[in-house]
Design a protein around this ligand. Structure first.
Ligand SMILES: Cc1cc2nc3c(=O)[nH]c(=O)nc-3n(C[C@H](O)[C@H](O)[C@H](O)COP(=O)(O)O)c2cc1C
Length: 256
């Protein structure tokens, strides 16, 4: 069983790769949360995988909330994969702590660098087309290695990209970011550009968008995954004063 969260498709792609290689079924964490019953009993031969994007050098709050609410029985092999644009700081250590509260520990942990999706700071930029293609190619080449280890149920594996000064990024900058800046309050729509297609609401993994033209519910569910911003076909959605290009996995293929 593979449980994943993904805003712009990078992590979904990783989860799908793992599923193809292992025959393990994939489940989206937001969809599971909508079902209500979060009790999972694994078969003796099953693996449990958790895949998530790194947000502000931490796991997104939806992943942490899910793990707090879910119960797992008979977990014999557990691994996690996080995708990131650059580096993950101590995101995996935070996940380990969440799992530890459930009596679970990771056998293997991986980070996969993928194209950047965050546009919420002026110093952050999406990848150039060349760097985007390079990252995807590198990830494509790395996935068989990760899949092989997971398939073999290899343990004691940690292949992460923590970056420089991970404590500062994770707990000081990331702590502030995740506490104060993960919000839907800053999204707004350029009405002249909005074609009222409703794709933003459809793509929002947490159903935080309603109405036409769209508005955000401000109910605390937003993870700032930016799916609404990136998938908008007319680039009508803004986050604060930032409007600096769009990315989602396979966007360039879609445009061909
Ligand atoms: C709100 C937000 C915060 C992010 N924080 C980080 C980060 O701390 N480190 C990093 O390398 N990438 C960061 N990124 C980039 C994503 O982790 C990366 O693009 C990821 O692969 C997106 O996965 P997804 O397409 O499945 O949503 C962030 C992206 C968003 C939207």
């Amino acid at each position: 069983m593979i449980l994943y969260f993904s805003g712009t498709g990078n992590t979904k792609w990783v989860a799908e790769h793992l599923s193809d290689a292992t025959n393990d079924t994939i489940f989206s964490i937001p969809d599971e949360l909508k079902k209500g019953t979060l009790h999972y009993t694994l078969k003796d031969y099953e693996r449990l995988g958790i895949c998530f994007p790194t947000h502000g050098w931490q796991p997104p709050h939806i992943v942490r909330d899910f793990l707090r609410r879910a119960t797992f029985e008979n977990v014999r092999y557990l691994y996690a994969v996080t995708t990131c644009g650059d580096n993950i700081g101590y995101a995996m250590s935070i996940l380990r702590k969440e799992l530890h509260h459930k009596g679970l520990s990771l056998d293997a942990a991986f980070a996969v660098v993928m194209p950047e999706s965050n546009v919420c700071f002026s110093f952050l930029h999406l990848d150039t087309p060349e760097s985007e293609a390079r990252k995807i190619e590198a990830a494509r080449q790395r996935m068989p290695h990760i899949c092989k280890l997971v398939k073999q149920k290899a343990s004691g594996i940690e292949e992460l990209v923590k970056g420089a000064i991970p404590f500062t990024y994770t707990y000081i900058i990331g702590g502030f970011y995740n506490k104060h800046l993960i919000t839907d309050e800053k999204f707004w729509v350029d009405i002249d550009k909005c074609i009222q297609c409703g794709l933003c609401a459809k793509r929002c993994p947490v159903d935080d968008i309603e109405g036409l033209p769209p508005h955000w519910k401000h109910n605390g569910s937003c993870t700032n995954c930016l799916a609404c911003y990136h998938y908008c076909p007319t680039h009508a959605i803004h986050w604060g004063s930032m409007q600096r290009g769009q990315y989602y996995f396979n966007k360039r293929e879609d445009q061909k």
